[in-house]
Write a protein that binds this ligand. Structure first.
Ligand code: ZN
Length: 314
């Protein structure tokens, strides 16, 4: 009896702290909010302390070329659709309708798109989750896909390749990117937690670089970058960044707020240890058929990667 009372006491005193809304980013943790920042996630969500966590810093000179990493086949990315965009308290998230899927690119299965969301910094400054040779980009787009055999996310969390997440980095450019106008205009309508709105005629193809620029990417096995941090993700990080103007990048942290009313800024998890994992890089020459074009491609590919190596030596 005494033991059950103690157990009940323990449950009632600990359960409120295990709420899914109780984790937060470092920007909230340091503001004396009662929440668990990234350095404490593992105390509540044990998997966050695992050894296949994401994001990571990609050291380009240590990546291994993998000829199986051919270009993706994208389906439904070219379809204009009305999508629901919401402030989920941790980011801006857009649910994607059925029929959007990816195959190829060294993936053993087809994956269907569920949603996309973004990670950003403060006022357009460094805010990507992955870093490349230590460089953090201003923002990062994640398009989350679920292995086609599963119906719900819960079914995939114990499969090391249950999800395929496509990650795109952003870079600051001198002019507005017109393809992002609809999404950025919508931010003002979902400033607060729980708000949602519709963005009309959104095409995923317009949000990401052109297909010919998507043959170069990095690949590794990791985790979800928010609690519960399940190690169930095939990660793809594309080399070509998406350009946005400073004003467009800044709009995210200026127009959106956490449920506490504080600006939604620096919403990225710090990079995690690789723990010996190999990061592979794609071979981009497979898209071209003729010998002449193939040779040109090999030269440009070699040029591209040697440029990457040269860049490292600075
Ligand atoms: Zn993400």
């Amino acid at each position: 009896m005494k033991h059950s009372f103690l157990l009940l006491l323990l449950l009632t005193t600990t359960l409120p702290f295990i709420s899914s809304e109780h984790w937060c980013y470092q920007s909230q943790d340091e503001c004396e909010e009662q929440c668990y920042g990234p350095s404490k996630w593992h105390t509540v969500y044990a998997k966050c302390g695992g050894n296949k966590q994401a994001p990571i810093n990609i050291v380009t000179k240590k990546t291994e070329s993998n000829p199986k990493l051919k270009p993706f086949t994208f389906e439904g990315y070219d379809r204009a659709q009305d999508v629901l965009v919401k402030n989920n308290g941790h980011s801006v998230e857009t649910a994607l309708p059925p029929g959007v899927r990816i195959t190829g690119a060294g993936l053993a299965d087809a994956y269907k798109a569920l949603q996309f969301h973004l990670h950003w910094g403060s006022d357009g400054q460094a805010g990507s989750e992955h870093t490349i040779d230590g460089e953090r980009y201003p923002m990062e787009l994640h398009i989350v896909h679920l292995k086609e055999q599963y119906h719900r996310e819960e079914e995939a969390v114990n499969d090391a390749v249950g999800f395929a997440v496509l990650g795109f980095l952003f870079e600051e450019s001198g002019e507005d990117n017109p393809s992002y106008k609809g999404l950025i205009d919508a931010l003002g309508r979902i400033s607060h937690y729980g708000f949602n709105t519709t963005v009309k005629d959104l095409r995923l193809d317009d949000l990401i670089p052109k297909q010919e620029d998507l043959a170069r990417y990095y690949r590794y096995e990791g985790s979800l970058t928010t609690p519960g941090c399940n190690e169930a993700v095939v990660w793809t990080l594309f080399e070509k960044p998406i350009p946005l103007s400073r004003a467009q990048l800044t709009a995210f942290s200026q127009k959106l707020f956490f449920n506490t009313g504080k600006p939604m800024e620096r919403i990225f998890r710090p990079v995690q240890q690789a723990h010996g994992r190999t990061v592979y890089r794609s071979s981009s020459s497979s898209v071209l058929a003729s010998t002449a074009v193939l040779s040109a491609s090999i030269i440009s590919t070699l040029g591209f990667w040697s440029f990457q190596f040269l860049d490292l030596t600075r």
